[in-house]
Write a protein that binds this ligand. Structure first.
Ligand SMILES: [Zn+2]
Length: 141
């Protein structure tokens, strides 16, 4: 059987912070910035362009929910979305359609793009910080 991390119930159990009818939101194992989430359809499909109309709407609604919560609670000013679709050569390392959302703040030290281009800027969370951030997000959504 083909192993897909985003079809693995143990991944969703450990990292899941929110779900609606057809979409799941998880907290990444190694977030680029503390408020980074991954959104994907429950159904396995490789490309965002393969989403059903329902999945597309649920994906948009999950994005809106995340932004609304952090705009209210943490004065988030906006967000970036990234999604790689295709073979590893184009950057998709998990072959299950997904979108990364990075929440942005007026007073942030570095943009997620700057950190992605210079990994020495990345502040790795301890296991305890990771757990706290994941649990806080779960309660907010
Ligand atoms: Zn999958």
């Amino acid at each position: 059987m083909n192993h897909c991390a985003f079809c693995d119930p143990s991944v969703i159990k450990k990292q899941g912070v929110y779900k609606n009818d057809s979409v799941v939101v998880i907290y990444p194992q190694k977030p680029i910035i503390p408020l980074h989430f991954i959104i994907f359809p429950k159904r396995h499909t490789q490309l965002i362009s393969n989403l059903t109309d329902r999945e597309s709407v649920d994906l948009k609604n999950a994005i809106a929910k995340i932004f609304a919560v952090y705009k209210e609670k943490e004065k988030c000013i906006g967000y970036n979305l990234t999604s790689n679709n295709g073979p590893v050569k184009v950057g998709q390392t998990v072959a299950h359609a997904h979108v990364h959302i990075y929440l942005r703040f007026e007073d942030e030290k570095y943009s997620p793009y700057k950190i992605m281009s210079d990994s020495s800027l990345k502040e790795n969370l301890s296991a305890e910080q990771w757990q706290q951030q994941k649990e806080l997000s779960s309660t907010l959504f």
